[in-house]
Design a binder for this molecule. Structure first.
Ligand code: DI6
Ligand code: FE
Length: 408
């Protein structure tokens, strides 16, 4: 667009990585914002007038980062279990002492919305300090209507308290709560017939997810959850092929789901189905690293098939206690050989696609929401290269410029 109308805010003396076509690099550029949206992109010399001008001092600008898979809202702490394991305790020892996912469920069930928000805010702040402007947050540690509702309310509250767009995902079918022991189908009925319709009715659910795994739910049970979501017109995601091949990717692709996530044990049939359906592969290197997995997701085959790949933290207390999307990007490159460009696309354009938000965010495109990140780097690959270094200078949420270290 070549409007010369007055804009609200002009970023000038900036290098852009629009992420529209690869990096979409535009050196010595400018970007103008009007009414919270990107109004103009082009050469610095051609910039339109603006009420306010921000000289970026030669910084790089990318779309605000998108962390499209997290369990960041939860209570409790499991570092004790992790330490016990490193001191020789077995998984069974820990399970016998009530550890593992159920310890998070117990702590989360006891927590109020306020307590969940308070426990989660430091983790969210850490993510935002690295340029995250959109965050997906799953339920799934309540496993009963009330506690799932409190998790989703806490997620929404975080989006009100901090400058971040929050997308909520209902993950009632995450694990079997103890009161349904031996009655897994009955719990799925509870999820499909009562929990999901009630929570969707409250407007708390943007998408529906499940854990399709030997230690989670079967394909048939997952399909029941998908049918219930379809009735409510809610988009689908799936924890698929994390520990074994359950055909989950094919299933979620058959339902034209937004994404299949994890995918270490993804089959060629799963890849083909995802490619056909346009289902995004959400890669979670933090969980692979923390679990010391050895089977890698089939990156080369996904690339070959043209399946869009997103990268996310999977921030959760059991398998990925990680609050750095930049580290996830680095790990995707070092551990799995994504190119820095693929990894950065995975945390911007394809992260947005995995949430169904590609029309709104994920690239620097005229008309999209002005959710932006400014970086003191020499080139975009620096965002994947550095380990544990944060070059984020500022973020912009809906056109409002902020220091990333003082969100809100
Ligand atoms: N896959 C995982 O890695 C986590 N959930 C899931 O579906 C584990 C969650 C936990 O251990 O707390
Ligand atoms: Fe997960």
């Amino acid at each position: 667009m070549t409007t010369k109308c007055m804009t609200d805010l002009l970023f000038t003396n900036v290098h852009l990585a629009t992420m529209e076509d690869g990096y979409g690099e535009l050196a010595d550029a400018a970007l103008a914002v009007k009414d919270g949206r990107i109004a103009w992109i082009g050469a610095r010399a051609d910039a339109p007038p603006a009420k306010q001008v921000h000289d970026c001092g030669g910084a790089w600008m990318t779309p605000g980062l998108v962390d499209c898979h997290t369990h960041v809202v939860h209570a409790g702490n499991r570092s004790n279990e992790w330490e016990a394991r490193l001191n020789g305790a077995t998984y069974e020892d820990i399970a016998r002492q009530g550890g593992g996912i159920m310890s998070t469920v117990r702590a989360t069930r006891q927590a109020s919305v306020d307590a969940l928000v308070e426990a989660s805010l430091p983790r969210v702040r850490a993510l935002l300090a690295e340029g995250v402007t959109t965050l997906e947050i799953k339920s799934g540690y309540g496993l009963e209507r009330g506690a799932e509702e409190r998790m989703l309310r806490a997620a929404r509250r975080i989006g009100e308290l901090l400058p971040v767009r929050v997308a909520t995902t209902f993950l009632g079918a995450h694990a079997l709560p103890p009161e349904f022991a031996g009655r897994q189908d009955d719990y799925v009925t509870e999820v499909c017939d009562r929990m999901l319709p009630a929570l969707a009715g409250l407007g708390l659910v943007d998408a529906v997810d499940a854990f399709c795994e030997r230690i989670g739910f079967t394909g048939a049970q997952t399909e029941r959850v998908f049918e219930a979501a379809r009735k409510l017109d809610l988009p689908l995601k799936l924890h698929a092929e994390q520990l074994s091949d359950q055909g989950g990717a094919e299933l979620v692709a058959r339902y034209e789901g937004l994404s299949a996530d994890h995918l270490e044990h993804l089959s060629p049939q799963g890849i083909a189905a995802m490619a056909r359906a346009g289902t995004v592969a959400v890669l979670l290197p933090g969980a692979y690293y923390f679990l010391r997995e050895t089977v890698m997701p089939p990156i080369a085959a996904l690339r070959e098939a043209g399946v869009p790949m997103a990268v996310a933290t999977d921030c959760n207390p059991g398998t990925s206690p990680m609050t750095s999307l930049l580290l996830a990007i680095n790990m995707a490159c070092t551990l799995w050989r994504l190119t820095p460009q693929e990894a950065l696309l995975g945390a911007t354009a394809y992260g947005a696609l995995a949430l169904g938000l590609q029309a709104e965010i994920g690239t620097l495109t005229v008309g999209k929401r002005a959710d932006l990140a400014l970086w003191k780097i020499a080139r975009p690959a620096d965002l994947a290269y550095a380990i544990g270094f944060n070059p984020c200078q500022a973020v912009v949420n809906g056109g409002v410029l902020r220091s990333p270290h003082l969100p809100g």
